[in-house]
Design a protein around this ligand. Structure first.
Ligand code: SF4
Length: 460
């Protein structure tokens, strides 16, 4: 930012500076000329044809003339584009392949449950995306099953915004509409040397306008994918390889930086203001209930379901409470005791014998706008009256979240969010260290021959 500002000041004070090199927000008013547009379309499409990455969602379904192929292509574009939001391509490939094996068509997806979809999504983050895919599939199928084909009709599908609608409409249905993601913003900001904050609504509007100008009406899908591919592989945030760029002749940032060494192409787009993150704190208790005081190998964990709205909606986790701020171990324990008592009538002192209760560690999990510090404790409880008692713990009021007890085997194979998986791994490590060091009463993972292969699950 400083370099950019200095460069700007230097340029404005220089009487010999070229008017074309003046980088002001007035440039925002410029559109691409017809000649620029034609050249960029030809160069970009040729480059994309030769350099496109081989990705599973790009497997061309033969010119997609057949109705079924068109529908399949739209479905694949939709799923891949939703997965790719906020997630790296390399990560998405595996998820996409597994998803398509399980739900190869929209119709298959529409029959899935939210739990199955969340499980398949586990680890990808931003779980609302998965729920929207399911809701969208159900909606489209309930309305006849034909995929909406235009941006305006696609926007009516839950969770489909301007970007996803543009991607599906242009790639699957050849509608000449633009798409603007982070990669496109970067490429266009450099092509036009736009120094305005890319997060301002006026600037965003300008990017859409410029992208709409560029999109090739005869091949909008490839053109849009080419522009995104260029941003992902050549015009990267920190080290663009302008010498290999098919549109460098039309790039204003390159031309400015050649004239003025103090300006770098990476000065565009401006970095803007980072959204301030909130700091939250939560206490998590991995509660393992023993089936018998003497039998350490047979146990179950309590899992609770998060509310259907909000962060990580509808996903399973270990009991957790949000704290008012940083808290010491006593305060955290007190908060957890109150929670267990209020929702499950578990009063640790009265319920049975607490075989072990220890602080295991803590970590920070970063969501887009929240830094959540998670304090993890592990508690092993043997219930008075044995496992038959566990159902009685549930307080039957509307505030009690859905819950279930699951065995070790189930929990290991469940689709859990990355933070819940991390909590579980921390506890597993802790148990191993404990067993290795002093052979204390910690349940080992040795399977009980009486338990079935998939472990046990008890749900309310
Ligand atoms: S010439 Fe460089 S800065 Fe300009 S679009 Fe190409 S890679 Fe990006």
């Amino acid at each position: 930012m400083r370099r950019q500002r200095l460069a700007k000041e230097r340029r404005s004070s220089s009487s010999s500076s070229n008017a074309a090199a003046q980088v002001t927000e007035e440039d925002m008013e410029d559109l691409f000329s017809d000649v620029e547009i034609q050249k960029m379309r030809v160069s970009l499409l040729a480059w994309y044809g030769l350099n496109r990455r081989d990705l599973p969602w790009r497997v061309s379904l033969p010119e997609a003339n057949d109705e079924d192929d068109v529908e399949k292509r739209a479905y694949r574009v939709w799923v891949s584009e939703v997965m790719l939001q906020q997630t790296r391509v390399q990560t998405v490939v595996d998820y996409f392949n597994r998803w398509m094996l399980k739900w190869p068509t929209l119709l298959h997806l529409s029959t899935a449950s939210l739990e199955e979809v969340n499980e398949m999504w586990a680890g990808l983050g931003y779980y609302r995306r998965a729920r929207y895919l399911l809701e969208g599939a159900k909606m489209i199928v309930s309305e006849g099953g034909q995929f909406p084909r235009t941006v305006s009709s696609l926007r009516k599908v839950p969770g489909v915004g301007e970007y996803t609608a543009g991607a599906i409409a242009s790639i699957a249905f050849k509608e000449a509409v633009p798409v603007v993601d982070g990669n496109v913003v970067r490429v266009i900001a450099r092509l036009k040397a736009i120094s305005a904050n890319p997060k301002d609504s006026a600037t965003i509007k300008k990017f859409w306008e410029l992208a709409a100008q560029l999109v090739d009406p005869s091949n909008p899908g490839d053109f849009n994918q080419g522009l995104m591919e260029l941003g992902a592989t050549i015009c990267t945030p920190l080290s663009p390889t302008c010498s290999s760029c098919p549109v460098s002749d039309q790039c204003r940032a390159v031309s400015i930086s050649r004239r003025d060494r103090s300006v770098l192409v990476t000065d565009y787009p401006s970095k803007g203001m980072k959204m301030k993150q909130r700091h939250d704190f939560s206490a998590v208790c991995v509660l393992e209930v023993l089936k018998g005081e003497e039998d350490m190998s047979d146990s179950e964990f309590l899992l609770v379901k998060r509310p259907d709205e909000g962060l990580l909606a509808g996903l399973w986790e270990f009991p957790s409470v949000l704290l008012d701020g940083e808290a010491d171990v006593d305060n955290r324990r007190e908060a957890m005791n109150r929670y267990l008592k209020a929702h499950f009538q578990i009063e640790t002192r009265k319920a049975g014998k607490v075989m072990l209760r220890e602080y295991v560690g803590e970590f920070v999990h970063v969501f887009s706008h929240i830094r959540l510090r998670i304090y993890v404790e592990y508690m092993v409880l043997h219930l008075k009256g044995g496992m038959k008692m566990k159902g009685a713990f549930r307080k039957r009021d509307t505030e009690t979240p859905p819950w279930k007890y699951v065995g070790n085997d189930v929990i290991s194979s469940m689709g859990l969010t990355s933070s819940v998986r991390k909590v579980y791994t921390m506890v597993e490590k802790f148990k191993q260290q404990k067993i290795a060091s002093s052979n204390p009463p910690v349940p080992s993972r040795k399977r009980n021959p009486r338990s079935n292969k998939k472990g046990t699950t008890t749900t309310n």
